[in-house]
Structures are given as C-alpha cells and as structure tokens.
Design a protein around this ligand. Structure first.
Ligand SMILES: [Zn+2]
Length: 225
C-alpha cells in the first residue's frame, strides 16, 4: 500500500479512487486528527500523494479550501451510503476548485489521450486531480461503492466490495457493533418516570413507585406501563 494510505485501511478502493478515499480519510474522527490542519503536515501528505508539487506549504486559504473540498466529497460519500444528498453549500468548495483551474487535454507519445490538471494551476491542481478521479469512477460504475461509514462519529471513507453493495460500516468489529449496541441500549433503556426521572423496570401490571420529587418526598405515585 502506498505511504499516503492510512496504515489501518482495511477496505481500500482501487486506484485512482484510493487517492480520493485517502484524501477524505486525512480527517480521522476516531483519533480527532486532521492532516489538513497543519501546513507542514498537509504539504507532506499532499506531496506523497502526488497532489502537491511545490516546496512551500499550503497557506491558510489553500488549506481551508482543501478541507472544504474534502468535506464536500465526504457529503457525496454519505449519499452513496444511503444518506441524504449533499446540501448545496457542501459542494461549493468543489465548485470553487473547478472555477479556479482548467483541466488540460494531452496526447501522449503512444497516442494515449489524457485529461489532467494544468501544472500552472497550483494550488487547485491536486484537488482537480481528485475531481477527475471521481468523474472517472462515476463513469465506470465504481463510485457508488465508495461510501462514508454509517457511524456519524466516524464517517471514515471505505470501499464496499460486497456482492450486495449493502456495506454500511468502515468495520463491523468497531463501528458496526458500536452502533448496534447503541441501538440495543436505546431499545432496552428503562422508561423514565415523568415526575422524578427515575428509571423504572417495566412490568405488566400498574404498580406504585417511590417518587423523590422535591415537595413530594416519599410520595407513592401510580406508574402505569
Ligand atoms: Zn466507522
């Protein structure tokens, strides 16, 4: 796996979509880390990924745009997972990238026609490379398989290789079970007594409970379930 792919990646996308996936995963909700927050860390990662070609680190405005583009892509991946479509504001940074840089069509020595960013278009060139990878994936049918984890605290980008295309979690062992357990706990949460908030074990028959609301200490209230 290339050095710019997170070491814990268990569901990598094929190239060049892996580039988009790893870009989205520069934000790690589990660790609370963001590689696009610090200029030097961002330059190192973007350079390794081939998305940055100058010695100088991105300035605050460039980093802001990169983070906005990343969250725009993440919103698209949430939609790929069956979530809501991206809000217009989510895609605005990506539209800004497109307006600021123009792709260049080139014919290689073997007659291979390629579309890529104009090298003079820094800093938007790297982000345009990602958009072109998304365009290709949308055409070849691999795009819907790149999804954001169903755990709202995680949203890790993962590639769903399952036959059913119904994968919902970056990892069933972590996020899948975490959400399942959370739902289970919510389902089994004991109902709260309206007056004192005490949780009462459900029972088939109405019964008296001891309510400790101020002004009514020790008062027995009827609790219907
Ligand atoms: Zn997850």
């Amino acid at each position: 796996m290339p050095s710019w792919v997170p070491s814990e990646e268990t569901k990598p996308a094929p190239m060049p979509l892996l580039l988009v996936q790893s870009f989205v995963n520069t934000w790690d909700g589990d660790r609370g880390s963001d590689l696009l927050l610090d200029p030097a860390a961002a330059r190192d990662w973007l350079t390794q990924a081939g998305l940055w070609s100058t010695e100088s680190a991105p300035d605050p405005a460039e980093l802001h745009l990169a983070r906005g583009a990343r969250e725009g892509i993440r919103a698209m991946l949430v939609a790929n997972s069956g979530g809501p479509p991206p809000a217009p504001g989510d895609l605005q940074p990506l539209q800004a990238v497109v307006q600021a840089s123009r792709p260049a069509l080139q014919v290689g020595p073997g007659g291979q026609v390629t579309l890529g960013p104009d090298p003079a278009d820094q800093p938007g060139a790297g982000l345009l490379t990602l958009l072109l990878a998304i365009r290709d994936a949308q055409r070849d049918g691999t795009w819907p398989r790149l999804k954001a984890c169903g755990n709202p605290d995680c949203r890790w980008a993962f590639y769903d290789r399952s036959h059913s295309r119904a994968g919902a979690w970056c990892s069933m062992a972590t996020c899948g079970n975490r959400i399942k357990n959370r739902k289970l706990r919510q389902r089994h949460r004991l109902p709260e007594h309206v007056a004192c908030g005490r949780r009462v074990r459900p029972s088939a028959e109405p019964r008296m409970i001891r309510c400790s609301v101020a002004g009514r200490p020790g008062f027995g209230l009827r609790w219907h379930l």
